[in-house]
Ligand binder design. Sequence first.
Ligand SMILES: [Mn+2]
Length: 359
Amino acid sequence: MLNRDRLDAIVNNMKKLGLTQILVSDDNAVYYITGRKIDAMERCGALLIKDDGEVHAFMNRLFCFEEMDGMTMHYYSDDENPYKMIAENLNSGAVGFDKNWASKHTISILTERKDISPVIGSDAVDMSMALKDEEEKEKLRHAAKINDMAMDFAVSNIDEKLDEKELSDKIEEFFEKNGASRDIQLQYVCYGKNAAEPHHGAVAGEKLNEGDAVLFDLWAPINGYWCDMTRTVFYKKCSDRHREIYNIVKNAQKAAIDTVKPGVKMHDIDAAARKVISDAGYGEYFITRTGHGVGMTVHEPPEAKSGNDTIAEVGMCFSIEPGIYIKDDIGVRIEDLVIVTEDGCEVLTKYPKELIIVK
Ligand SMILES: [Mn+2]
């Protein structure tokens, strides 16, 4: 069923952005508006939204995308040209295209009409998807709760007999038993210096040694909404220097969380974490942004990074995950998901952040 509230919000955003027509093709965005997943793969499937609230759907018959109230359906078969169909329903002038739509679709439509000009139209949808409604917040809270359990499971299962990949597989199995869907991704389990690479996936054969940091970045979609949390613990012992680095990251993460409230700019949240790490002399080792939005996808707007002057609003959900990454030595990252509230934020992931040395 067409979600009128969400559609109204998108149309409002289109007006703010000066867009009169947008094509929405992203699977999650189509689901967000219609409650139907199409999984178009290489085929063409899109919604056309106009600024008067008119909605058209262009769908291959094999998607079994049924008619709905308030939407004009245009079906095509594999032997028909969907681009002509879409082009005929566009007004001349700017058309907002989905930022992730394969260029073959975009170019085929542009070829049909010389009087339209392409612009990126996704912001109108992204701005609405960034503001989570109550139903979405509940799903995010539930996913975060499973994430806390998964982290507890991960830390409890640290064992020299398991290489990174074996431990990662055990954690995925745990996630699946607790409702994560099959399109789960490789869990990041990083031993020792591997943690210095922020996106180090778990590698078979990588062994755990005494004194290693163990970084777990655990993420999975549960009921269509993602969780994402990172903790760094130590195996058997922790040097004074590593303890110092850990505490700097912990303080930076707290400083960023304390900054979150409606009205602050996303780059101020990033700056709060960055200041703590820079003041401690480790600024050059904080090589990532502080955070990213999370919802039906694990990386989406808004980003907490320098230069992003998006204003935090009630209902936005994003990660806070500063880190220090020193090549051939150590990586420490601490990550939680937060939802912006009237007077600050709600921290969804609750696994402890005091330094843990696993014996
Ligand atoms: Mn993250």
